[in-house]
Write a protein that binds this ligand. Structure first.
Ligand code: PMP
Length: 417
């Protein structure tokens, strides 16, 4: 197994000068059964589907920077487009007209997009989406689907989280995923007060098996939003361009009023986009919303190159094929050791859970740690991502390592295949 001495030393330095050492989702996960010393903390280089940690250990990476790596790290076409733009200009007193080219390409690619508004992070676009819904309807309330993640702005957080005011979440309403009766009841109870419904295209929450929409769910949600005058917002920050280049709403057979993109939009270059229908263009135009770097040109060039390459590769079909091959192989390897691995969600964003008869995630966390310490980078509580640089040879190697890890966990717990 790998050693992480340099990572640990850098983390000790980090804790002195950076709050929490590594803040946020790339930091050591709290509440896990496996001590965080069992995982690497810092990377040192990346290429294709791989990265290397500070100690020089090499990983086949299924987290893809938590989404942005969609074509492969340091993709040569995207990097060449970004470098060419950087030689001309990036952040200037006027936007580069390449912003218009990128917006045109998005409108041409995304079925529900009549326009595109650019920002930096996913949370910039989810916040703008709810502001737009409120501006357009003159209503306050927003409906969320339980298990959601829409960023870290106070309105997305919970009342008992530090720094969050009652007022920040006072207009939030929560309904369970895939429950049309609950949604109709909520819409009826708050008739005339609900500005928007914000939802990921399917339930890809953390620490739980992911759940695809039930047959007919999204069409019925669309109809309910129309009936009650509610703006339908799809948060495609995570799933966007992995299920369908035309948008995950298109993939599931409906059209959103507003759709949020970020992670896979520019293969790691820093840009996000809120896209939407013409009916909301005036409302969004009137909102005060901008940032120092939101019109930087280099990420627009990277985004154009990324979308064109994703189209040429017909990437979503490739992701589905690779993701299915991988998860089928992992499930079969587990069963060879008397273990049950549950793969859920879409294959391109697969979620894994090693079933533990006691209902805990202990076995799963042990297996994940054994995989990571052998060069397969996965996590124990979040969906994974496929990128276009992943090969069948990488998948075969991943299954070999996973098999070794299953054997170790099974032997440790006296489980026989
Ligand atoms: N929505 C979803 C579904 C996400 O997965 C994320 C990021 N994990 C966000 C919103 C927030 O994006 P960002 O972290 O770029 O603000």
């Amino acid at each position: 197994p790998f050693r992480f001495d340099k990572s640990q030393e850098a983390f000790r330095r980090a804790t002195r000068v950076i709050p929490a050492g590594i803040p946020g989702h790339l930091g050591p996960a709290e509440g896990l059964h496996i001590p965080h010393e069992a995982f690497p903390k810092f990377s040192s280089k990346a290429e294709g589907t791989r990265f290397w940690d500070l100690d020089g250990n090499e990983y086949i990476d299924y987290m893809c920077g938590y989404g942005p790596n969609v074509l492969g790290y340091r993709d040569k076409d995207v990097d060449a487009a970004a470098r060419a733009q950087a030689r001309k200009e990036d952040v200037v007193s006027l936007p580069s007209s390449i912003m218009v080219d990128f917006a045109e390409l998005l409108v041409d690619t995304v079925a529900s997009a009549d326009w595109a508004f650019f920002a930096k992070n996913g949370g910039d676009t989810t916040t703008l989406a709810i502001m737009t819904a409120r501006a357009a309807t003159g209503r306050k309330k927003i409906v969320f689907i339980k298990g959601f993640y829409h960023g870290v702005a106070p309105w997305t957080q919970k009342l008992d989280y530090p720094g969050v005011l009652e007022e920040d979440v006072a207009n939030n309403l929560y309904v369970p995923w895939n429950d049309l009766a609950a949604l109709r009841a909520m819409f009826t109870e708050h008739r005339g007060q609900i500005a928007g419904l914000i939802a990921q295209p399917y339930m890809h929450g953390n620490f739980v098996d992911n759940e695809l929409p039930a047959a007919g769910y999204w069409r019925a949600v669309r109809a309910l939003c129309d009936e009650f005058g509610v703006v339908l917002i799809v948060d495609d920050v995570r799933a966007g361009f992995r299920l369908d280049l035309a948008g995950s709403d298109h993939y599931f057979g409906f059209e959103a009023d507003l759709i949020c993109f970020c992670k896979a939009l520019a293969n790691g270059y820093n840009v996000s986009a809120l896209c939407g229908k013409d009916a909301l263009k005036e409302a969004v135009s009137a909102i005060t919303y901008t940032g120092s770097y939101w019109m930087s040109a280099v990420p627009f060039a990277a985004g154009i190159a990324t979308l064109k390459k994703l189209r040429a590769l017909e990437a979503p079909a490739l992701f589905e094929r690779l993701g299915t091959q991988l998860t089928d192989g992992l499930v079969a390897a587990a069963s060879g050791h008397g273990l049950t691995l549950v793969a859920s969600g879409a294959p391109s964003l697969f979620y894994l859970r090693l079933d533990d008869p006691d209902g805990s995630l202990m076995l799963h966390q042990e297996w994940v740690a054994e995989c990571v310490q052998r060069g397969v980078f996965i996590t124990s509580h979040h969906n994974h991502f496929i990128n276009a640089a992943l090969t069948e040879a990488d998948i075969a190697r991943t299954i070999e390592i996973a098999d070794e890890a299953f054997a170790i966990v099974a032997a440790r717990h006296g489980i026989e295949g």
